[in-house]
Ligand binder design. Structure first.
Ligand SMILES: CC(=O)[C@@H](O)[C@H](O)COP(=O)(O)O
Length: 256
């Protein structure tokens, strides 16, 4: 998978928040084989884990760091946080979150496009956390984003793919744009489904960090992502309403 000119081996991306301990976080990453770790710059920089130890732990994971602007509710906050992330991690990559609604953590579509334009003009490679809205997707691409990250469901809910029609439509409308289903996944089967639909990758955090055994869950997600991708590439059959016998011709084992 190629994102902003960089080859990423794994199609699973993991968040770094809410793990019970640094050791569990490291083990979960190890079992997941994730190629990208996302880090909330604003939360970590301001919280009890502020300072070198947490950043060092993230760097030691040996994966590509995708800083995010989680917790930002305005364009200004998001842009400032992205600029801070660039200094901290020496990267132009940023997962852009501009939250517009406190209860659903739904992105603010207007602020998102505005912030995306400012950041791409400043040379950032923006990964916008968005919805399945095709018009918003079009505006984000117009603002210079080359990757989209539509939600599966609101962050932290574990509800899975709540708008399958919308996600299918989005995927079909922009077939050449790399897209990552980000947020709301609760189970590996939901990640597999996103991959079967042709999404390029999934990003999740809560489902792994809050599992009873985060490392085992990370492993489960890794296998599901791989299985889903294999199925997509294998050109799945079209479902049909009418039954059809699996062995239609007597005495003929193969179609050829
Ligand atoms: C870590 C991160 O970037 C989250 O904001 C992300 O959207 C993951 O969401 P879940 O915790 O629902 O998987």
């Amino acid at each position: 998978m190629r994102l902003y000119g960089t080859d990423i081996a794994s199609r699973l991306m993991l968040g770094t928040a809410q793990y019970p301990s640094p050791a569990v976080l490291a083990e979960a990453f190890h079992r997941s084989g994730a190629g990208i770790a996302t880090v909330s710059v604003r939360r970590e920089a301001g919280g009890e884990r502020a300072g070198g130890a947490f950043w060092d732990l993230v760097r030691e994971l040996g994966v590509t760091v995708l800083p995010n602007t989680a917790g930002c509710h305005s364009v200004r906050e998001a842009v400032t946080t992205a600029q801070m992330a660039r200094e901290l991690f020496d990267t132009t990559w940023v997962k852009l979150e501009v939250i517009g609604h406190a209860d659903t953590l739904q992105p603010d579509p207007f602020g998102l496009v505005e912030a995306a334009r400012i950041l791409t003009d400043e040379g950032f490679n923006v990964f916008p956390y968005t919805t399945e809205d095709v018009v918003l997707a079009d505006r984000l691409l117009g603002a210079g984003c080359e990757v989209l990250m539509p939600w599966g469901a609101p962050i932290g809910t574990g509800l899975g793919l709540t708008n399958i029609y919308g996600l299918r439509t989005l995927r079909a409308q922009f077939p050449d744009v790399p897209m990552v289903v980000d947020a709301g996944l609760g189970l590996p089967s939901q990640a597999a489904m996103a991959m079967e639909m042709g999404y390029d990758a999934v990003l999740l955090n809560t489902a792994v960090a809050k599992a009873g055994d985060p490392a085992a869950m990370a492993d489960g997600f890794a296998r599901a992502v791989e299985a889903g991708r294999l199925a997509f590439e294998a050109d799945p059959m079209e479902p049909r309403d009418m039954a059809a016998p699996s062995t239609p011709v007597i005495g003929k084992a193969f179609l050829e």
